[in-house]
Ligand binder design. Structure first.
Ligand SMILES: *Cc1c(COP(=O)(O)O)cnc(C)c1O
Length: 387
């Protein structure tokens, strides 16, 4: 789609941003018009006729995500879950869907509470267990789609994308990777064999906690055409201003991910040394069971860290209530650091499901502040435990 050469860092700045032919504007315009003049019936000037079907600002964002994921097509939606919903439209009643057993709670809810009513059955397995994946695909009614999230939320499990995609391809199933946690800077699922890659652009791509959005990219013309049909038919499209904000966030993605990942690695190592911490979940820690896979699949292990404290949920709540720079809030992936307790917060809705998380777990989204200040802030959390 894009003809701009360059490495990722260059693409992040330039993809989808050719200077405007008419005005020379270096930044794509926010085109608010909902309709476009036709030169005679059907005579479209730029291919645009109505804002839900297509919009130049949205098209620039779609070109950007296609380029960054190494895809041929990009599609933008009003939220990550709107993107997910549109990917589920590729399924038919009676189809089975296979998911990571710690997939994003909202993804699970959409599959289990909504799509189940329309005849789509969803099974959750640990996708790190390739025997279990092979068994699922060898079943009498094998899944038509496998939904991978890696690293996963909030336990940062790492799934072998190429291995799962190979098993899926043999069974004629589609592989979808939710790449929200890694971003295309750290991990490129299409190159690893995935058919579709999906993002909550609300997180790292937007990067500033100020826009809700979703994106999908693919190399397949056929899948893109079916998704494009449903994007227009169901209408969960993002507004032009939101598209602009996501694009503006993407321009700094590479530098933000470098800084945040480096700080996360330092903090994870430091947390692992603390006596109050029972277990640290971070794919970049020495001795992590997936170290070799992380090396092969990811540029860096990312900026999400979670850890379990002795003392149960009460300790986790006390810790997360004591930090100041790490703001106690849901969401992740922005310039500012966030802290949360998944069991009563982001994962409350999956308490009695296969996706339930340990009560003493604390999740950090490490931002780009000075590492010394972040560490000092976590000391406040530890100090609160002994008060
Ligand atoms: C937030 C998130 C989603 C959902 O995205 P929204 O933009 O909130 O709809 C999906 N997957 C992951 C991994 C997420 O973190």
């Amino acid at each position: 789609m894009t003809d701009q050469p360059g490495r990722f860092e260059t693409l992040a700045v330039h993809a989808g941003a050719d200077p405007d032919a008419q005005t020379g504007a270096v930044v794509p315009a926010i085109q608010l018009s909902t309709t476009f003049k036709q030169d005679g019936v059907g005579g479209l000037r730029g291919g645009y006729e109505y804002g839900r079907s297509g919009n130049p600002t949205r098209a620039a964002l779609e070109e950007t995500i296609a380029a960054l994921e190494g895809g041929a097509h990009g599609l933008a939606y009003a939220s990550g879950l709107a993107a997910t919903q549109n990917v589920f439209y590729l399924l038919e009643p009676g189809d089975r869907l296979l998911m990571s057993d710690d997939v994003y709670g909202g993804t699970w809810r959409l599959a289990d509470k909504v799509w189940r009513r329309y005849g789509i059955e969803t099974d959750a397995v640990d996708l790190r267990d390739l025997d279990a994946v092979a068994a699922a695909f060898g079943a009498e009614r094998p899944p038509r789609m496998v939904w991978i999230e890696t690293p996963s939320n909030p336990l940062l499990k790492v799934v072998d994308i190429s291995a799962v995609a190979r098993l899926a391809a043999v069974a004629g199933a589609l592989t979808v990777v939710d790449n929200t946690f890694a971003t295309p800077y750290l991990q490129q699922p299409l190159a690893l064999g995935a058919d579709l890659v999906l993002h909550s652009a609300t997180k790292y791509l937007g990067g500033h906690s100020d826009v809700i959005g979703g994106l999908v990219a693919t190399r397949s013309d056929e899948l893109a055409e079916r998704l494009r049909f449903h994007q227009n038919a169901a209408g969960a499209v993002p507004g032009p201003f939101d598209c602009f904000l996501v694009m503006r966030g993407i321009r700094t993605l590479a530098v933000r991910m470098e800084r945040a990942s480096s700080s996360a690695a330092t903090l994870a190592g430091w947390l692992a040394e603390r006596s109050e911490v029972e277990r640290v979940h971070y794919p970049g820690l020495d001795g992590h069971p997936a170290a070799e896979l992380v090396e092969r699949q990811m540029r860096l292990p990312g900026a999400m860290v979670s850890f379990q404290l002795g003392g149960g949920e009460a300790a986790a709540r006390r810790f997360a209530g004591a930090t100041r720079l790490f703001t106690l809030a849901e969401s992740l992936g922005a310039v500012e650091s966030l802290i949360e307790v998944p069991a009563p917060m982001t994962h409350a809705s999956v308490a009695d499901s296969p996706l339930a998380v340990p009560p003493s777990l604390v999740r950090l989204s490490v931002g780009i502040e000075a590492i010394e200040d972040l560490r000092a802030d976590l000391e406040r959390g530890f100090a609160a435990l002994s008060r």
